[in-house]
Design a protein. Structure first.
Lengths: 167, 167
DNA sequence: CGCGGAGTTCAGTCTTGACTGAACGTTCTG
DNA sequence: CAGAACGTTCAGTCAAGACTGAACTCCGCG
């Protein structure tokens, strides 16, 4: 039987976990809604109808990028997995890494066509500048996010900020 | 023989075109550095050693998301492809769409576990707020980018902005 | 109206990589 | 120390989807 929870897990894996293997996304999505928040590998495998091998591999992947945490409860030999509180900041670090990587590729391309007339290089220069902009701005954006974090749900957001930025 | 250009195309396709079919990334990368900036389907197919069918399909894909433009030179029956100047803004529109989609998934998940204690829902709430933040801030970030755009390469960037934001 | 070049479509092939499950190493337990 | 529970690894299977190439449509031209 397919529950609403199954549907959510599948959907979340597809959308939030875009780019990573489906099972990794499912695992992450399940850990976002499970009760209790910590689950053993066996529990996860059962819940997702996946092999232990798959869970092991995906756990390694997710742990590596900081999206889940692996720990042990004292007195229990089994490992438990959970989503750490700073989860999302890891996502940000990954994002900024990819911004840099992309800018560098554009940079390399510009070197490759260095002898072409400036208007021919404009396309690539734009791309380089674009990613460069985000790379530079990222810390400020993150800082702004931390400010907002305190305010919780009903925060003012964009209106106030826009004024400050363009003032 | 594999030229430096080949290497760049391959690398750029992998990094910048992550997520889309390899041939789409290659086509986009080639159009970013080719001379002249407009190329026919046949030229692209030859350059990338790809089939005409593949070029046709990838062209449709890239055109759909606004990453390339299709046009005709007067008096020439053949179509030419190029990277349009507002190329990157399309990328932004795609990005904001995905932000919203992701927030909505998190929202749906919160609805699903509405009867759980608040601390159990915290994980997902954080995720929802996170994507919500970017969704709200996106227009301001883009506005800021347009400002900077004028300044070209040697712009001051983050330093000045940070002060404005936290003032 | 027939021809040829340009573009599209689609059935078939092939590559990639996600997933499985059995074998193995490790660590606790009685 | 034997046994059991847990986690990892890896060779093999399988499915998804990227790519090809031939058939087809469309259009302008002679």
């Amino acid at each position: 039987m397919i529950t609403d929870e199954d549907a959510f897990i599948e959907e979340a894996a597809r959308v939030i976990g875009a780019g990573m293997p489906p099972m990794a996304g499912r695992m992450w999505a399940f850990l976002a809604i499970c009760e209790p928040p910590e689950q053993t590998a066996a529990e996860i495998a059962t819940r997702l109808r996946a092999s232990r091998g798959s869970v092991s591999g995906m756990a390694r992947l997710l742990e590596q990028v900081g999206l889940i945490r692996r720990s042990r409860r004292p007195g229990d030999r089994r490992e438990v997995f959970s989503i750490p509180p700073d989860n999302l900041h890891r996502l940000m670090e990954i994002a900024v890494f990819r911004l840099r990587q992309t800018r560098e590729v554009a940079e390399a391309g510009l070197g490759l066509i260095a002898d072409r007339p400036p208007e021919s290089r404009a396309r690539l220069r734009e791309i380089r500048d674009f990613y460069g902009f985000f790379e530079r701005e990222w810390p400020a954006i993150l800082a702004r996010m931390h400010e907002t974090e305190q305010g919780a749900d009903a925060a003012g957001g964009i209106g106030a900020r826009k004024e400050a930025a363009t003032a």
